[in-house]
Design a protein around this ligand. Structure first.
Ligand SMILES: C[S@@+](CC[C@H](N)C(=O)[O-])C[C@H]1O[C@@H](n2cnc3c(N)ncnc32)[C@H](O)[C@@H]1O
Length: 192
């Protein structure tokens, strides 16, 4: 069974080339991206959220699966990193870029369950502030994280964060999730 995607976003190779030339090694891998695009297609007219834009690989995959009426908000702390995503995806009017600490952004968003899909790719919303992130999701919304398996980019103390997150999953109210030992290690969850 060949599990690599048969359909990739047209701009992805250019994004990954810029990632390589700028030394950014944290873009999602193709299998994860393909799953993001597939799941994105299940939310027509959906409101999408990505925390941690990076250079835009994940956003490119999400946008690849989103319909014309869907919208993506993607939040990134580092303006220079996010600028690469804007360069390649800036013409896509469905995508809104927020340059901010996701922790601060989450504080400003409390109170409204407005998203149908969250791809959380930085600490806030995953290892920190998980309850606050989940409060932004509508019933039936998807929650996806990757990099649950050891990555070369991890700092020394990171494994314990991942272990704690996976251990807490069964106790999160109104949430059903499946850990997947596939690609970089995923959790796909649903707000119920
Ligand atoms: C794993 S990379 C994102 C990759 C991207 N989502 C993809 O799939 O290609 C994580 C990104 O989160 C950003 N980041 C780290 N801490 C953050 C924070 N507190 N708020 C927003 N972004 C943050 C980093 O600068 C980095 O670009």
């Amino acid at each position: 069974m060949r599990d690599l995607p048969y359909d990739r976003p047209p701009c992805l190779d250019a994004i990954l080339a810029d990632a390589q030339s700028t030394g950014f090694a944290m873009s999602c891998e193709d299998r994860t991206g393909s799953l993001l695009a597939t799941l994105a297609a299940s939310k027509p007219g959906g409101r999408f959220l990505e925390l941690g834009t990076g250079v835009g690989a994940g956003a490119a995959w999400l946008a690849h699966g989103m319909c014309e009426a869907s919208r993506l908000v993607t939040v990134e702390l580092d303006p220079a990193t996010q600028a690469v995503a804007r360069t390649h995806l800036g013409g896509d009017r469905r995508i809104e870029y927020v340059t901010a600490d996701a922790d601060t952004w989450l504080t400003g968003r409390q109170g409204e369950a407005e998203y149908d899909f969250a791809y959380v790719d930085c600490r806030p919303g995953k290892y920190l502030r998980l309850a606050d992130l989940l409060a932004l999701l509508r019933p039936g919304a998807l929650y996806v994280v990757d990099d649950m398996l050891p990555q070369s980019t991890w700092p020394d103390d990171h494994q314990q964060r991942v272990d704690g997150f996976l251990k807490r999953l069964p106790d999160i109210p109104n949430f059903r999730a499946t850990p997947m030992r596939w690609a970089s290690g995923l959790v796909v969850g649903v707000r119920v």
